[in-house]
Ligand binder design. Structure first.
Ligand SMILES: Cc1cc2nc3c(=O)[nH]c(=O)nc-3n(C[C@H](O)[C@H](O)[C@H](O)COP(=O)(O)OP(=O)(O)OC[C@H]3O[C@@H](n4cnc5c(N)ncnc54)[C@H](O)[C@@H]3O)c2cc1C
Length: 398
């Protein structure tokens, strides 16, 4: 959606195809980082973005073996919005769509699943929809997530992930203070995302154990969850059916080549991100900005952009590799050992104790998470087509 907005803004006729009828996919995560809000600010959209309902997170905290630790501080960042805005990704996508639709060059078709690419020789010349229609495109950007069709034609490197997730909701009493919580206990990792009147809970367990946990029944699982997260309160009337546990499989991988003539993969399509650190949405946005910076101007001027596709990967490969490397290290050093069925006690790592103790140190993870690596700024042209005077965009029902 961000790539669609930027290309349309540059005067390129752009069509975004989305397979679902709305963006209301539970798995998407909720974090909009300072780097993304810096881009919104450069586009003049930050104020209207922050008018949409959200919560602000200035620091990261985690509960390890029952004790709370401060892990990262974003408040010092020199950027227009030095906090993480917690907004469900579907609301963020609705916002981007409303803004993109202000450009006459932008079109969006919902309920339009792509079945395959149309190819001529080794060039991708468009897409074939599930309903049989064929659409020509000078450039197809595959931003279709970790099951991307582009993965069938480009080489993939799997980095491995030691965990999967049960994703479920727990009602939250009104008036409770907003928080985002990470919980670490022997054989248990949880993340609690505050969505106003309910907690979106991620219960993380060793990869492949989902079937076993389900077979153990809801009572056993509920007891484990209540023990690890007393903040959720008694759950006997809330978690009553194992079907409430939606299994999300976690993947960490990347394409070794992101492009072919006529085709460019970005976001999770090019590099599936683990939820560790909550950075995947923002990395996808950075890819979109880089793609527009490199391609939109030449495209609008009618130039052949095939020779430029490589430059998008060249620009974004290093940040992807570094951030996935950090996720992999977190998986290997913390997540895997914590979830190991043999783990009985937890030692709080020295790094965590140091972060909790020294405020200055907490700026380092704050910067890494908030601004990422090699952050992008909007350099793509503005063809001046934005329609003024339209009624203010309103959030859709989703
Ligand atoms: C459990 C979990 C929790 C996470 N939490 C966070 C978090 O809190 N913060 C964060 O930053 N990241 C988080 N992530 C990572 C984040 O969800 C991804 O990195 C991010 O969504 C990638 O964005 P994307 O636009 O590239 O792909 P996606 O968000 O996957 O979007 C792809 C879109 O393409 C559409 N699509 C797919 N196939 C087709 C098709 N054939 N035709 C047409 N449309 C199609 C899909 O419907 C979807 O709308 C989490 C990941 C997991 C697994």
């Amino acid at each position: 959606m961000m790539a669609g907005l930027l290309f349309a803004r540059a005067g390129v006729r752009t069509l975004v195809l989305e397979k679902h009828g709305d963006f209301l996919r539970d798995f998407r995560g909720d974090t909009v980082h300072p780097s993304t809000m810096e881009i919104l600010s450069e586009l003049g959209l930050l104020e209207s973005f922050l008018e949409r309902p959200h919560n602000r997170l200035y620091e990261a905290r985690g509960t390890i073996a029952g004790k709370e630790f401060r892990l990262g501080d974003l408040s010092h960042l020199r950027t227009p919005a030095p906090f993480i805005a917690m907004m469900p990704q579907w609301d963020f996508l609705d916002f981007l769509r409303d803004e993109a639709e202000r450009y006459p060059t932008f079109a969006l078709e919902m309920k339009a699943p792509i079945a395959s690419f149309v190819e001529q020789g080794d060039r991708v010349t468009g897409v074939r929809l599930a309903d049989g229609r064929e659409l020509d495109a000078t450039l197809t950007i595959a931003a279709d997530g970790r099951s991307s069709l582009a993965r069938e034609m480009l080489p993939l490197k799997n980095l491995g992930a030691p965990m999967d997730v049960f994703w479920f909701r727990v009602p939250k009493p009104p008036g409770t203070e907003f928080t985002l919580r990470g919980i670490v206990a022997p054989r248990t990792l949880m993340a609690l995302i505050d969505r106003g009147d309910y907690w979106q809970v991620a219960y993380i367990f060793a990869k492949g154990m989902g079937a076993e946990l389900r077979a153990g029944g809801i009572e056993a699982l509920r007891a484990r969850i209540e023990k690890a997260a007393p903040i959720l309160g008694p759950l006997d009337k809330v978690l009553t059916d194992i079907e409430q546990m939606h299994l999300l499989t976690v993947e960490l991988d990347r394409l070794e080549r992101w492009h072919r003539p006529g085709l460019l993969a970005i976001g999770d399509a090019a590099h599936a991100m683990s939820p560790a650190g909550g950075v995947g949405i923002n990395l996808a946005i950075q890819d979109a900005v880089a793609a527009a910076n490199i391609l939109a101007g030449p495209f609008a001027a009618g130039k052949d952009v095939d020779p430029l596709l490589r430059r998008v990967q060249d620009r974004r490969f290093l940040p992807t590799r570094l951030i996935q490397g950090a996720q992999k290290r977190a998986q290997d050093a913390v997540i895997g050992p914590v979830l190991d069925p043999a783990t009985r006690t937890l030692r709080v790592p020295l790094a965590v104790r140091l972060l909790d103790r020294f405020a200055l140190l907490r700026r380092i993870p704050g910067r890494f998470i908030g601004l990422g690596v090699r952050r992008e700024h909007v350099r793509s042209p503005d063809a001046g087509l934005r329609r003024a005077g339209l009624p203010a965009p309103s959030p859709s029902p989703g």
